[in-house]
Design a protein around this ligand. Structure first.
Ligand code: GLC
Length: 426
C-alpha cells in the first residue's frame, strides 16, 4: 500500500511540540494554577483542597484501603508500622468491566457498583469481623471536598459514566452499600485522590517530595500548598490538571474529543494519558491509510511498537489484527506516529510538572526534590522517562533540572489511603 509522504509528515507535525511551544504550555499551566486557586471564572483546573497535609511517618495500625479509579477495583488491608512503612496484609482485586458485565458505563446502576465494592470490602475483612476498621477511599475522579470525609463527585472522567453518582458524596453511597450488605465493622472515614495518595506514600520514602503525579489511564497531579490565599491550613491540592485547556489542539485531538463522553473536557488528559493515546494513533492511522479501523489501538500497542525490532515484527502483527493488512513500509510509518504521540505525551507531562515546580518555588530558587509518579505509562512505555528528563532540562535549564528527580512510586493508592484513614481517625 502506498503511503502519501506529505500526509504522513503533516500528521507527525500535528504531534510535535518545539521548545517554545512547550515553554508556553508550562507558563500558562503555572498561571492556570493561580487562576484555579482564586476560583476565577473559566479556570480550567479545579485546584481542589484535599484537607490533608504531608504525613509524619509515625502513622500506625491496620486500615482498609479502597482503590476506585480505573477499570480494576482493589480493596487492601494495610498495616502501617509507625516508622514510614506499609505492609499489605490482604488484597482483593476485581475488574469493573468484563465481557459479562460493565459496572462503569451509562447503563450501570450506582447501587450495583457500590454493592459490588461492598462485597469486596466484606471479603477483605473476612474472618476478622470482631475488629473495627477505618477505610480510606482513594477515589480518583474530580471531587469537591469540605473535609477529609466529604467528597462530592463533580463529574466523571476517563469515560466512566455511571448515572446517579455525580453530585453525590461518594462515601455516603459506599456506607449505604456496606449497610445493605451487613458489613458492620468497616467505617469509611476519608477520601483522597490517587495523586494525593501517591504523594502521601512517597513522603514515606522521599521526604523532599511535594508533587504527586498519576500517568496512567488518566493524567493528573497534586502538590503541597503551604500558603493558601483563603487562609486554609496548608494542605495537598488536587489540581485536576487533566482538564487544563490552554493548548493548541490538532485536528486528530479534535476528532478524539468529538467521539468522547465529554468533548469539552480533559483536553490535557486526552493528549497525555494511556486511555487516549491508542485512540489518537487509530485516528492518525485511519487518516494515513484511508481505512476505517474498527478495533482501536491501545497504549500497550504503542509500547510494543516502540520496543519493536528493526523488522517491525510486532507492529506488523498488531497491524494485521487491527487494520486487517500488513505492509513493512506502513509499519515503519505507524511506529513513527506512535513515537510522535508518546513523545508529545511525555513532553506535555514535563511541562505540567514544571508549572507546580515554579509555583512552589515562587521567587526563591528551585529546591532539590523528587516528583512521585505512579502509573503504567510512566512505568512501562519505552522512552517516556528519558523524554521527560530531557524536556525538564529544556524548560528549566540543566542546572535546575538536575535538582528534579521524577521517581516511580508504586502502590501509593493503597498506602496513601491507609495513611489518610489513620490521620482521619485521630
Ligand atoms: C482523571 C481524574 C483524576 C485522576 C486521574 C488519574 O484525570 O479526573 O481525578 O487523578 O484521572 O487517575
Amino acid at each position: 500500500m502506498a503511503i502519501e509522504q506529505e500526509k504522513f509528515e503533516q500528521l507527525i507535525k500535528q504531534f510535535t511540540l518545539d521548545t517554545d511551544q512547550l515553554k508556553t504550555v508550562a507558563d500558562s499551566f503555572r498561571k492556570e494554577m493561580v487562576s484555579g486557586l482564586a476560583r476565577e471564572e473559566g479556570a480550567s483546573m479545579a485546584m481542589l483542597n484535599s484537607y490533608i497535609g504531608m504525613p509524619k511517618g509515625d502513622e500506625i495500625g491496620d486500615f482498609l484501603a479502597l482503590d476506585f479509579g480505573g477499570t480494576n477495583l482493589r480493596v487492601l488491608n494495610i498495616h502501617l508500622t509507625g516508622d514510614c512503612k506499609a505492609e499489605v496484609i490482604k488484597k482483593v482485586a476485581r475488574p469493573l468491566v468484563t465481557e459479562e458485565y460493565n459496572l462503569i458505563n451509562k447503563d450501570a446502576k450506582a447501587d450495583d457498583t457500590f454493592d459490588f465494592i461492598a462485597d469486596m470490602v466484606a471479603e477483605a475483612v473476612e474472618g476478622v469481623e470482631d475488629k473495627k476498621f477505618y477505610l480510606g477511599h482513594t477515589f480518583s475522579f474530580p471531587s469537591i471536598q469540605e473535609n477529609i470525609y466529604n467528597a462530592r463527585l463533580i463529574n466523571w472522567t476517563k469515560e466512566f459514566a455511571i448515572p446517579g453518582v455525580e453530585g453525590e458524596v461518594v462515601n455516603d453511597l459506599l456506607k449505604a452499600a456496606l449497610e445493605r450488605k451487613g458489613v458492620k465493622n468497616v467505617e469509611p472515614n476519608s477520601v483522597i485522590n490517587d495523586t494525593v495518595a501517591v504523594l502521601l506514600a512517597a513522603a514515606y520514602q522521599y521526604p523532599d517530595t511535594r508533587i504527586g503525579v498519576i500517568y496512567a489511564t488518566g493524567y493528573n497531579a497534586c502538590y503541597f500548598e503551604s500558603n493558601h490565599k483563603d487562609g486554609a491550613a496548608p494542605s495537598i491540592v488536587n489540581m485536576e490538571c487533566g482538564n487544563f485547556d490552554k493548548l493548541a489542539l490538532s485536528s486528530c485531538d479534535e476528532e478524539l474529543n468529538a467521539k468522547s463522553e465529554r468533548p469539552a473536557n480533559q483536553h490535557l488528559e486526552k493528549m497525555i494519558s494511556g486511555r487516549y493515546m491508542g485512540e489518537l494513533l487509530t485516528i492518525a492511522a485511519a487518516r494515513l491509510s484511508g481505512k476505517e479501523i474498527a478495533d482501536d489501538f491501545t497504549a500497550i500497542d504503542i509500547s510494543d511498537m516502540l520496543a519493536d525490532d528493526e523488522n517491525s515484527t510486532k507492529t506488523l502483527a498488531i497491524m494485521k489484527a487491527k487494520m486487517g493488512f500488513e505492509c513493512p513500509e506502513c509499519a515503519q510509518k505507524l511506529r513513527e506516529l506512535a513515537k510522535a504521540i508518546s513523545v508529545r505525551s511525555a513532553r506535555l507531562a514535563a511541562a505540567a510538572m514544571v508549572g507546580p515546580i515554579w509555583h512552589i518555588a515562587g521567587d526563591n530558587p528551585i529546591e532539590a526534590q523528587h516528583i512521585a509518579v505512579d502509573g503504567s505509562v510512566f512505568q512501562f512505555m519505552p522512552g517516556v522517562q528519558d523524554t521527560i528528563k530531557a524536556a525538564l532540562a529544556e524548560l528549566l535549564g540543566a542546572e535546575d533540572a538536575a535538582k528534579i528527580s521524577p521517581v516511580l512510586v508504586t502502590g501509593g493508592s493503597g498506602t496513601g489511603a491507609a495513611i489518610a484513614a489513620c490521620v482521619a481517625s485521630k
